[in-house]
Ligand binder design. Structure first.
Ligand SMILES: [Zn+2]
Length: 246
């Protein structure tokens, strides 16, 4: 859900920046040209304007973008899991002895071939860091299910449909491959099914490492939806928020 919201925000930002670029171009037109523009080219502009209205905002895609599209990065979060040391820095990288856990929510990271074949490396790093700190508290954390192939997810979804009777009810617990964040390498099930207390440790402390429980009905399911150190969003009731019917 948050990913979608971010995407919408980013699309809106793109549009805004493009509009800014467009205005910037116009401001460079010299005063001496204005009379010429008005008397000779004005009718042409009206024609172009009508065309632009017909085509819609996608017209602005051709305008050069001068500002970064992504939001400004927050501070980088670094961790030394062996010595249980953490550090936030405004620099773009961590000291050599430390591992970066990133500076924002995690998005799908495909290989060069366009496939996702494993958990997002920063999700793995965030979990490993959290597990080290949990161990110091006497709590064992383990990933019971992380990356899943789309075929595996299809089987799990079919099983859930048989169990719950229909796809909508099933999707509250197991999403189909096109919606699930497991085949995208962005979700982990922690300490499932038997160790709720361990997962509870992660629920309480995960935000420090950029990990959040996301569904109210799944205490085991965590994702890297925030930058380390930010607050986790409110729980969604169930995975239906990420479901679209095929
Ligand atoms: Zn899960």
């Amino acid at each position: 859900m948050w990913r979608r919201a971010d995407l919408r925000l980013q699309k809106w930002s793109n549009f805004r920046y493009m509009r800014k670029g467009y205005t910037g171009d116009r401001s460079r037109i010299s005063r001496g040209s204005i009379a010429f523009l008005l008397s000779v080219l004005f009718p042409c502009f009206i024609g172009v304007g009508v065309l632009a209205l017909d085509v819609g905002p996608t017209n602005f895609v051709t305008v050069q973008i001068r500002e970064p599209l992504s939001p400004r990065p927050t501070e980088m979060f670094c961790v030394d899991s062996q010595n249980l040391i953490t550090l936030t820095t405004a620099k773009s990288s961590c000291p050599l002895s430390m591992r970066s856990l990133g500076n924002g929510p995690l998005f799908e990271s495909a290989t060069a071939s366009g496939e996702v074949v494993e958990l997002h490396p920063l999700l793995t790093a965030r979990f490993n860091a959290a597990a080290s700190f949990a161990a110091a508290d006497g709590v064992t954390l383990y990933i019971s299910s992380g990356f899943r192939t789309r075929d595996r997810q299809e089987i799990l979804f079919a099983e859930a449909v048989r169990k719950y009777g229909n796809e909508t009810e099933a999707a509250k617990w197991v999403l189909p491959p096109q919606n699930s964040h497991h085949p995208q390498g962005l979700a982990i099930d922690v300490n499932y099914p038997g160790d709720r207390p361990g997962a509870l440790w992660l629920e309480k402390n995960g935000s420090r490492f950029g990990l959040c429980r996301v569904y109210a009905n799944e205490w085991w399911h965590f994702e890297g939806v925030i930058a380390p150190g930010q607050s986790c969003p409110r729980l969604a009731p169930n995975a239906l928020v990420d479901y679209t019917a095929p």
